[in-house]
Design a binder for this molecule. Structure first.
Ligand SMILES: [Zn+2]
Length: 112
């Protein structure tokens, strides 16, 4: 619940800074590593924004799976049990995280 409240505060601040009277929708990016489940966010969003400028707005979630880049061969892959968290091309373990940690507001549609 704390994640969604933080999100609601950030979105409300942005909307107020833009002199919005009403917010139509809030688009966010959620990375797999946050452990957040989109259905859970969708379910709690209306409660979290109840009584705020965001009340009645739609939450649009873009879910980003973990993606890493192999340090040895440079290929991008999703580390999981099927590849034993190793690069599927060269089978090395060293990698850099490309995406998956995101928890941010991408866009807010306001009605002024
Ligand atoms: Zn590799």
């Amino acid at each position: 619940m704390s994640y969604i409240l933080r999100l609601a505060n950030m979105a409300a601040d942005t909307a107020k800074a833009n002199n919005a009277n009403k917010v139509e929708s809030v688009s966010i990016q959620v990375g797999e590593m946050t452990g957040l489940i989109p259905e859970y966010l969708e379910r709690y969003y209306p409660k979290a924004v109840d009584g705020t400028i965001l009340e009645g707005s739609k939450l649009e979630i873009e879910y980003l799976p973990v993606l890493v880049k192999c340090k040895t061969c440079g290929c991008n892959y999703h580390p999981d049990k099927t590849n034993e968290y190793l690069c599927p091309s060269c089978h090395n373990a060293g990698s850099d995280l490309l995406q998956g940690r995101e928890f941010l507001i991408k866009n807010i549609v306001i009605d002024d």
